[in-house]
Design a binder for this molecule. Structure first.
Ligand SMILES: [Zn+2]
Length: 257
């Protein structure tokens, strides 16, 4: 069995197939039934102010040492180049997963937190009324009180704990089988690399490190290094229908419904 995600920017149904290759290089492919539903994503406007730039740019001074002066130029370097480097770093963590299933049941959502931004939000950035950039938001922003406890959303193992560019202080947990969760903009980290954590255990405190305008948790779920919608993994019915029921069928050796 394996899990797979669909990239957000896919327009048509992609070709999804299984393949196997033996050591001699003989390769075989097979397709299977797969239904993709359309999903609309939101648009959001972000006003980049001089005050915000003055607040965040000093934190990136070492990354920006060879970038020309000019706050907007420097902001774009972070929002584009560093963002892409960080996306690659998250993607590279997929190789650290274990084959065993560490997770159990639904993923926890931080308590009493308002949902400020969603996965797939298409953000347009404006500076003094002029459009300067466009990016896609790859997680969910949850805002509560400053320095709120951040619980591990499921059982897992720490595969990253440290600074991650625009995401600031970040923890990534592997839940096994290619599933991972990410916690960013933390003010402090309470776990160490390779540490095993239980669902609900506090792994750090919310903050506004990295490219963040205020204290919040940026939460992500990855399937083999691809960010998917956390809302689904918080939903007991969705887990039951899309994951647990199918695992039970596999175990039982019964035919699919
Ligand atoms: Zn975010």
């Amino acid at each position: 069995m394996c899990y797979f995600g669909i990239p957000l920017d896919v327009r048509k149904s992609p070709a999804i197939y299984l393949w196997a290759e033996d050591r001699a290089g003989n390769r075989s492919e097979a397709t299977f039934y797969c239904r993709m539903r359309k999903k609309r994503f939101r648009k959001a406007k972000i006003r980049v102010t001089d005050r915000f730039l003055k607040q965040i740019l000093p934190g990136f001074s070492s990354y920006l040492k060879d970038t020309p002066q000019g706050n907007v130029v420097r902001f774009l370097k972070i929002n584009q180049d560093l963002r892409q480097e960080n996306a690659q770093a998250f993607h590279d963590l997929r190789t650290k997963t274990v084959q065993d299933r560490l997770w159990e049941g639904t993923w926890l959502r931080m308590k009493n937190a308002a949902n400020m931004a969603r996965l797939g939000d298409r953000r347009t950035y404006y500076y003094k009324g002029k459009k300067i950039d466009e990016q896609v938001h790859m997680g969910v922003d949850l805002a509560s009180l400053a320095n709120s406890d951040v619980p591990a959303s499921n059982n897992g193992r720490v595969i990253f704990a440290g600074s991650m560019g625009i995401y600031g202080l970040t923890v990534v947990l592997d839940h096994g089988q290619g599933l991972a969760s990410t916690y960013s903009h933390l003010s402090s980290i309470a776990v160490q690399m390779d540490q095993e954590v239980a669902k609900g255990e506090i792994i750090g405190l919310t903050g506004q490190t990295g490219l963040a305008g205020g204290d919040h948790l940026h939460f992500g779920i990855m399937v083999s290094g691809l960010f998917v919608n956390p809302i689904e993994w918080w939903d007991g019915h969705w887990i039951q229908d899309n994951v647990l029921r199918k695992l039970a069928l596999l175990k039982g050796g019964k035919k699919g419904e």
